[in-house]
Design a protein around this ligand. Sequence first.
Ligand code: FMN
Length: 191
Amino acid sequence: MIQQDFMKRIAIISGTDRKGSVALRIAHYLKPLYEEQGVQADVVSLEDFPLEEAIGGKYGKSLPRIEAFRNNVIDADGIVMVIPEYNGSFPGILKLFIDYLPFPGAFEKMPIAFVGEASGAFGALRAVEQMQLICGYRNAYIYPERVFLQRISRKFNKQEGITDEFIVELLDSQIRGFVSYVSQIKELESA
Ligand SMILES: Cc1cc2nc3c(=O)[nH]c(=O)nc-3n(C[C@H](O)[C@H](O)[C@H](O)COP(=O)(O)O)c2cc1C
């Protein structure tokens, strides 16, 4: 385990509000793997996004519950987005969540890593790349090593987690690399 002096916390976003989602299970699978690297990792599920407060298009208004929810993400040192593919893209709730972040500062210089998951053969490649465009527009530091979990029902189950050795290796590499990336960015920022 590497002692991380310059970073305190990673937020792992489960990018859907679908009940019983695989994304949330993957986020919980990743959490202890980040903790093994010496960082605090908090799962933020969009199932808990206070959607009712946004109904009616309340952009720019004081929204205490949404602000409390979003602060858990934007106060983190780095973000991991677990993104399922819905209709060739990411879930709408994820865009709504982003649209209720403070503009334009929310993702400014925020390190962000991506894990895609889908039942299809491309493992949410489209969804992740579309989200990369948005995060890039918002000046995030996009971590280049992405992981795509295709045919997800065959590769992940509740009992064992990821059952494919190659994917386990890819995730391990992403986690170690992302922790080092965030730590180096924070060290530079504190210099
Ligand atoms: C609304 C909806 C749209 C979907 N669209 C796609 C799609 O375009 N491509 C794909 O490969 N899978 C698609 N799927 C399947 C999901 O990617 C797959 O079931 C995934 O594991 C769902 O993630 P979740 O459990 O985190 O919601 C869709 C599922 C839902 C619920």
